[in-house]
Design a binder for this molecule. Structure first.
Ligand SMILES: Nc1ccn([C@H]2C[C@H](O)[C@@H](COP(=O)(O)O)O2)c(=O)n1
Ligand SMILES: [Zn+2]
Length: 190
């Protein structure tokens, strides 16, 4: 095949080299360079899911993808089905723990796992979550046979999170913090 290697320095600074053997002759035929990565795609989806949360202080989202990078589950932190959001407590400072949200709210990771279709496997799946999973969700992740956790934020000072890390490590589940130079992504309906 005719060798059509071309090198273009685009206006946005991207250095694009068409692969050897490619039929690309002109700059306009090259693929768009600033597309988001798989990691960005799923973490931004988790952030979008978090926007459904009614929790006034912390909104968490989680997305589960299988080995083919197909989304198999998604969730955010919220009250259990049938428990009216308007009747449940959303605070956290009452001395009476029964008046705080913690005993009632379902975590985003838990909801993402429970929202998967019963015929879809989470074996070897990856969960993208905007917050490091707590120890209870870590147990669910392990029991669901997932293989990786990608998280955005952590609360390393919390003992619960250390227990979660211990569990994941012992169970052989990888975890890593999401890294990206793309700090914002603008979506518009205009
Ligand atoms: N991995 C996590 C951690 C926390 N959540 C939820 C549980 C609560 O709704 C909220 C945390 O509230 P805060 O103590 O920051 O006021 O986030 C979760 O879904 N997943
Ligand atoms: Zn949890």
């Amino acid at each position: 095949m005719e060798n059509l290697i071309e090198k273009e320095i685009l206006a946005n600074g991207h250095d694009v080299v068409a692969a050897e053997g490619s039929l690309v002759k002109e700059k306009l035929c090259l693929k768009r360079p600033d597309y988001i990565s798989w990691d960005e795609y799923f973490m931004y989806m988790a952030l979008l899911a978090a926007q459904r949360s009614k929790d006034p202080s912390t909104q968490v989202g989680a997305i589960i993808i299988n080995q083919e990078k197909i989304i198999v589950g998604c969730g955010y932190n919220g009250m259990p089905i049938g428990c009216d959001d308007n009747l449940m407590p959303w605070g956290k400072d009452s001395e009476n723990m029964l008046e705080n949200k913690y005993f009632y709210v379902c975590h985003a990771e838990m909801n993402a796992i429970l929202n998967t279709n019963s015929n879809v496997s989470t074996r070897s799946a990856t969960i993208y979550t905007t917050m490091f999973p707590c120890n209870e969700c870590a147990k669910l992740i392990i029991q669901s046979r997932m293989s990786e956790v990608v998280y955005l934020k952590d609360k390393p000072d919390k003992q619960q999170m250390q227990a979660s890390k211990n569990l994941l490590q012992i169970a052989g589940i990888k975890f890593r913090q999401f890294q990206s130079d793309r700090k914002t992504l603008t979506l518009s309906l205009e």
